[in-house]
Design a protein around this ligand. Structure first.
Ligand code: ZN
Length: 196
């Protein structure tokens, strides 16, 4: 299931242009791109206005390699799972301590035979994760997931735990420190949670 941008092709015909979203994940388009498509949308399988107004919509992060308003044809070929991963240094590990991590599923292959199974373990960054006989602790991995906009159209970057993918956003003070570790090019585009 998804949302598609369609346009009037003349003679009463509706033409498919590109895919915009899967459920609430508008990770094919940035908010500015979606806004630019509104006037040209035939509205057959999509309600772009609703998505633009909803604070639940997760839009595509403005990746630096996609500068400029994209043509719908470019949107069509995008990888909706594109992300940017980075390592939080130990002094920032508390950023992922305050979130409610999910379980992580691991595939386990038996040494003999071909039988394999999946096990759920606590997220390596959660309180419930216990390491035994290990040489080191798991590094605090995070990635950039997308952007959400409030009623004032203020963007906040949504990050994710690099293991269990639980989303979170950060305050301006936290982001200030975090920016140093976010890959170059993305740093200036990340935004903090607006102060309440
Ligand atoms: Zn996690």
């Amino acid at each position: 299931m998804g949302d598609y941008h369609t346009r009037h092709a003349g003679g009463g015909r509706i033409e498919f242009v590109c895919k915009l979203a899967v459920l609430d994940d508008w990770r094919y388009v940035r908010r500015d791109e979606a806004a630019a498509l509104v006037s040209r949308d035939a509205g057959v399988d999509t309600n772009i206005r609703h998505a633009l107004a909803s604070p639940a919509t997760l839009f595509r992060f403005p990746f630096p390699w996609e500068d400029g308003l994209s043509r719908p044809e470019d949107i069509e070929g995008r990888d909706m799972f594109a992300t940017v991963e980075f390592v939080l240094p130990p002094e920032l590990a508390h950023l992922v301590k305050g979130i409610e991590h999910r379980e992580v599923w691991l595939g386990v292959r038996q040494a003999r035979g071909s039988y394999s199974f999946n096990v759920a373990i606590p997220c390596p960054l959660s309180e419930g994760f216990v390491l035994k006989h290990s040489q080191g602790a798991p590094v605090a991995l995070a990635d950039i997931y997308g952007e959400r906009y409030d009623a004032m159209k203020r963007a906040r970057t949504i990050f994710r735990c690099g293991y269990c993918e639980t989303p979170f956003s950060v305050s301006e003070a936290e982001l200030e420190v975090m920016r140093r570790y976010i890959p170059k090019g993305c740093r200036d585009r990340v935004t903090a949670r607006p102060e309440e």
